[in-house]
Design a protein. Structure first.
Length: 261
C-alpha cells in the first residue's frame, strides 16, 4: 500500500517498507523519537506510526516506548553491538579525550558517543567524572584512576539517566571544568535542541554550572532541530564532529564564535 508523504520538503509516494526505513533511520540518528513528530514528518496518522513502531520492535530493530521509540544502542549502550555511526563516534571520542587533563572535574550526559569516549580514556588519567547516566558511570568505574560521582534522583528508565529537581539542584552545586553533552540536534540558528523535557532541564543545569561546554555530535545531526530548546549556540564553547574542523558544513558555527574540533 502506498502513502503520500512530505519528507525533507518533498511529497513522495512511499511504500510501508520505505516509510519504516525512514523511521528506523530517525530513531538511530536521534536516539529517541516521538510518534507525534514522525506522524507530522511523514504525513500519516499516529495509528500508522504506532503500527510501524510495533513491527520494527517485533523485528528487534528498535525499542518501542510510550509515545515513541528508542534506538537499541541508546538504551543498551554498555554492550551494544549495533551502535549507529560507530566509526564516526569513535573519531569524535578520540578528539574529546584530548581535552581532558589530570585533576579535572568532568560533567557528562549519557549516550553512545559519551560511552565511546569513556572507553578511550587513558589508563594513567586521574580525574573525577560526574554523570547522570548509569551506563556511563559503569564505564567510568572500569577505569583504574578515575573517581566517579553519580548524580541521583528519579531514573528515566528508557534512557537510564537521572532527572528531576534533586538532580538539577546537585548539578548546580558543582563547578565542572568540562561538560560533555551528547547531542540530539544542533543548528547554528536554533541552537541545541532535544525532544525530552526532563533531559533538557538537566542539560541546561550542566551548561550553567560548567566552565567549558563541549557538544559531541555526528555531522548528520548538524543543521537539524527538535522541539525543545536546550541553549543558543553561543552557550557552547566547542563542537566536536567526525569532520575536519574547516569542513564547509561547520563554517556557520565557527562564525558564531564556537571552536570546532
Amino acid at each position: 500500500m502506498h502513502f503520500f508523504a512530505e519528507f525533507d520538503g518533498r511529497f513522495v509516494s512511499m511504500l510501508k517498507e520505505e516509510r519504516q526505513a525512514i523511521i528506523l533511520h530517525q530513531v538511530n540518528l536521534h536516539n529517541k523519537v516521538l510518534s507525534s513528530h514522525l506522524s507530522e514528518q511523514l504525513q500519516v496518522s499516529e495509528d500508522t506510526i504506532r503500527r510501524d513502531l510495533t513491527e520494527l520492535a517485533r523485528e528487534g530493530k528498535i525499542l518501542k516506548v510510550h509515545g515513541g521509540a528508542l534506538s537499541k544502542s541508546y538504551r543498551d549502550g554498555i554492550a551494544s553491538h549495533d551502535v549507529y555511526a560507530a566509526a564516526e563516534k569513535r573519531i569524535i571520542a578520540m578528539k574529546a579525550v584530548q581535552l581532558i587533563q589530570d585533576g579535572m572535574f568532568v560533567l557528562t550526559t549519557g549516550g553512545t558517543t559519551i560511552m565511546e569516549m569513556a572507553r578511550m580514556l587513558p589508563e594513567d588519567l586521574r580525574a573525577t567524572f560526574i554523570t547522570v547516566s548509569l551506563p556511563a558511570a559503569f564505564e567510568y568505574a572500569n577505569h583504574p584512576n578515575i573517581e566517579v560521582i553519580v548524580i541521583g534522583d528519579k531514573l528515566a528508565k528508557d534512557s537510564k539517566i537521572t532527572v528531576g529537581g534533586e538532580a538539577i539542584t546537585k548539578i548546580m552545586n558543582i563547578r565542572a571544568d568540562l561538560c560533555f553533552l551528547g547531542v540530539n540536534a544542533i543548528d547554528a540558528e536554533a541552537g541545541l535542541t532535544d525532544n525530552d523535557w526532563e533531559v533538557v532541564q538537566v542539560k541546561k543545569a550542566m551548561i550553567a554550572t560548567s566552565r567549558k561546554v563541549v557538544a559531541l555530535s555526528i555531522s548528520e545531526k548538524v543543521d537539524t532541530a527538535d522541539r525543545l530548546k536546550v541553549c543558543d549556540i553561543d552557550a557552547i564553547d566547542i563542537i566536536i564532529t567526525e569532520l575536519q574542523p574547516k569542513a564547509k558544513k561547520l563554517i556557520p558555527y565557527g562564525k558564531k564564535g564556537v571552536k570546532i574540533l
